[in-house]
Design a protein around this ligand. Structure first.
Ligand SMILES: [Zn+2]
Length: 155
């Protein structure tokens, strides 16, 4: 069931599964009732993607014979970019979205290094807007290749 739910992709970044994102938190199966409960933590409380993910999770489980499926949105603890898998970070960059850096072992976030352009790798980038295509992302522009790109915000 975990593997079925893990095939659901982020509707905003279709190369990333909810497992890559760390959005998929848990799958429980109640043997007595045959009901499945899937817990997800959205990347951002304002993400409109939640409804689409919920529908997709229910859809894929229904399609595999699980009729009683509920999706629980867990908001605490809040999702952080730490939950992004390494594979997820790589896929984000390949998709043209700058991924937040991994948190250092001392718990601090490496800020001030600039955001790397996912297209040419230049660190000469600048923020155009705090909000990109969705509230989960900020809009940046690369000063070398002049290409705008989304940055998956660190939080
Ligand atoms: Zn660039």
């Amino acid at each position: 069931m975990w593997e079925l739910a893990a095939t659901v992709v982020d509707p905003e970044v279709p190369v990333l599964t909810i497992e890559d994102l760390g959005v998929l938190r848990g799958v429980t199966f109640a043997t007595a009732s045959g009901s499945v409960t899937v817990e997800i933590t959205p990347t951002y409380s304002g993400c409109p993607a939640v409804d689409a993910m919920r529908d997709d999770i229910v859809g894929v489980l229904h399609g595999n014979g699980y009729d009683d499926v509920s999706v629980k949105v867990v908001l605490s603890p809040a999702w952080t970019t730490d939950w992004l898998s390494d594979e997820g970070r790589t896929k984000l960059e390949q998709y043209g979205i700058a991924a937040p850096g991994p948190r250092r072992s001392d718990g601090t976030v490496s800020l001030g290094l600039g955001i790397r352009c996912p297209r040419c790798g230049s660190m000469h980038t600048r923020q155009l807007s705090r909000f990109g295509s969705t509230s989960c992302k900020a809009l940046y522009v690369c000063q070398r290749c002049q290409e705008p790109f989304d940055y998956f915000k660190e939080h």
